[in-house]
Design a protein. Structure first.
Lengths: 291, 320
């Protein structure tokens, strides 16, 4: 039982990181109709950004802040203006392919320009463990959980309690009505892109110490973020959290009790089950189709 | 060009390609066969994507399933290559049905991620089930087939064999697309809700297109295993699926010859860069994937229909 709880706790911590990446995914889809296939690379690039900042002597917190600013500009503003804006009218597929292009370019850029080897990454949390009710918890897991939880809660508060947040939700629900009501749609969509870039930076800060910085680290994170978003419900912010945690915990449990070799397949199986039996996701609402 | 003239030109081009094998080095003939093999798979992907409008990121998984079926059945059970082809096609068709059924009931981009995840899963099975697949070592000494009593062991003979097979599967694809079924695929790509109101069962048709596309991938895989005579998991990782997808997009999805052009570029370009000795081209070899990704973004922004749509774009400009 103790080992089971152990697995659940560390699974929740990993899952919370998936959830942070999944949140950005969900927001982009809701507000802008953009499915970002480069979501994983949006996590990988800030990881290398921070490494470079650390390389020139910055402490981790400063490197993180600098990377956040850079990410907001490049992965938020420039991505929206350069790729999403011109392609949004052509339907989903050209945009998906363009983001795939971004993903390939980003991966090969880091591999050719920086290194193909996995790089160590400093943890923002102190080493060591503490014990709660017979379960050993590392400071890293606890810290990850606190930060990811705080981000999800404050994002939800921002979306529900502030005027800007509500305006963003209005854009997500019905772009035309939002425009008629005088909401600056383009600005709200820009906010979403910037928030997505910042969430990616946080995910990078939390996951890279565990998985190391490598040019292809985004492949796993990107797919899991998507699966987490679907499993929880694509049109719900809380859904991403539930989906992420579910995947994290199930991966740990399956990896330990069944077969570590098939850990990576867990998210797919959960995803297939959800879309077979509850296609709108566990917390999702049904959506009508438009002609 | 009239259809008859076009067919004659095409036949001449294929004959010229077949004759070229006499003048090329062994390794170059091998590359041509490799193109043929991949075109079978991308042609299937083009049916799924270009004609039925579904994103699939798992074509390499079906390609791999076909290759492994051939490798396992021919080396371990001594089954003939000729029997393996239909087995692989049918197997991939049904796996495609099983995977596409849940994904296609819901929103369409879900298929993209379902196939992506499926590709990872297939890779894991290939890598981990050592008793069956040989694990990371793969399976070597996959035999090449006989055509009646004529051995296809030589590079040239196998190229002709693959080219002939490609022509046959291409003709089958053409017939399928010209049939009422094929028309229905295009109708549901262009406006799914309208197609549904005209009485086309969207889910059934998309599912069918996806499963047939998967079967093409499987057949391509069988020919791949015969060509390389060695299969190992990393060939069939989802990066290969991405490459196949890009080949279709680059050539122009929904155009019959789009995947042919795209695949030739995607397969041959890196080989040309690798084998060259000029420093400029070697520099390109290191950075070509970056350029490729950027080019893809630019292509989408500027020419969403792929390379073969340049003509249309010109025509539209002239008319405007």
């Amino acid at each position: 039982m103790a080992e089971f709880l152990q697995l659940v706790v560390s699974g929740i911590a990993t899952g919370a990181i998936y959830a942070v990446a999944a949140l950005g995914f969900t927001l982009m889809w809701q507000a802008a109709g953009v499915i970002n296939f480069a979501q994983g690379e949006f996590v990988m690039l800030p990881a290398f950004g921070m490494l470079m900042c650390i390389g020139v002597g910055m402490p981790l917190w400063l490197a993180f802040l600098v990377t956040c600013v850079a990410a907001a500009l490049v992965l938020g503003y420039a991505f929206k203006r350069g790729i999403a804006d011109p392609l949004i009218h052509h339907g989903v597929i050209p945009l998906v392919i363009a983001t795939l292009g971004v993903s390939i370019a980003a991966k090969s850029f880091v591999r050719s320009g920086y290194s193909a080897m996995a790089q160590q990454f400093p943890s923002p949390f102190p080493e060591g463990v503490f014990h709660v009710a017979g379960v050993t918890v590392s400071f890293a897991d606890a810290g990850t959980l606190v930060i990811a939880g705080a981000i999800v809660l404050s994002l939800q508060a921002f979306l529900n309690r502030t005027v800007t947040g509500r305006a963003m939700q209005a854009v997500a629900q019905n772009t035309e009505s939002a425009r008629v009501l005088g909401i600056d749609v383009s600005r709200m969509v820009l906010y979403v892109f910037v928030i997505n870039a910042l969430l990616a930076c946080v995910a990078a800060l939390l996951i890279t110490p565990i998985y190391l910085a490598k040019f292809d680290m985004g492949e796993t994170i990107g797919t899991k973020a998507f699966f987490a978003a679907i499993i929880g419900g694509f049109n719900q912010t809380r859904g991403a959290l539930l989906g992420g945690v579910l995947i994290g915990v199930m991966e740990n449990v399956v990896g330990y009790y069944l077969s570590p070799a098939y850990k990576e397949g867990v998210a797919l199986v959960l995803f297939l089950l959800v879309i077979l039996f509850r296609p709108e996701g566990i917390l999702g609402r049904r959506e009508e189709r438009k002609v | 060009m009239s259809p008859a003239a076009r067919n004659i030109a095409l036949a001449i081009a294929i004959l010229a390609l077949a004759t070229s094998a006499f003048f090329l080095q062994r390794s170059q003939v091998y590359l041509l066969s490799l193109c043929c093999v991949y075109v079978m798979a991308t042609m299937g992907l083009n049916l799924t994507m270009g004609y039925a409008g579904q994103m699939s990121l798992g074509q390499a998984a079906f390609f791999g399933i076909g290759a492994y079926i051939d490798a396992i059945l021919t080396t371990k059970l001594g089954v003939s290559f000729w029997v393996v082809i239909p087995i692989a096609a049918v197997a991939c068709f049904f796996v495609g049905l099983a995977l596409g059924f849940p994904a296609l009931r819901v929103q369409h981009h879900y298929l993209a991620f379902a196939t992506l995840g499926f590709n990872v899963l297939v890779y894991l099975v290939m890598r981990n089930e050592e008793a069956l697949t040989g694990g990371t070592f793969g399976i070597s000494n996959v035999p090449r087939p006989y055509l009646f009593t004529w051995s296809l062991d030589s590079e040239r003979a196998y190229f002709w064999f693959t080219l002939a097979a490609l022509v046959i599967v291409a003709i089958l694809m053409r017939l399928l697309l010209r049939s009422p079924w094929g028309r229905a695929f295009a109708a549901l790509r262009d406006n799914p809700i309208r197609a549904e109101s005209l009485g086309i069962n969207i889910t059934a048709y998309t599912l069918l297109a996806f499963a047939i596309g998967a079967a093409y991938g499987g057949v391509g895989g069988v020919f791949y295993a015969g060509l390389v005579q060695y299969v190992e998991p990393s060939t069939f990782y989802f990066t290969t699926s991405l490459m196949m997808l890009l080949a279709v997009i680059l050539g122009g999805s929904g155009r019959f010859f789009g995947p042919v052009i795209g695949t030739v570029i995607v397969i041959l370009l890196p080989e040309v860069l690798r084998s060259s000795s000029s420093p400029a081209l070697q520099f390109m070899q290191k950075w070509y994937l970056v350029a490729f990704g950027v080019a893809l973004v630019v292509l989408m922004v500027w020419l969403p229909g792929g390379l073969l749509s340049i003509g249309d774009r010109r025509a539209r400009k002239a008319a405007a």
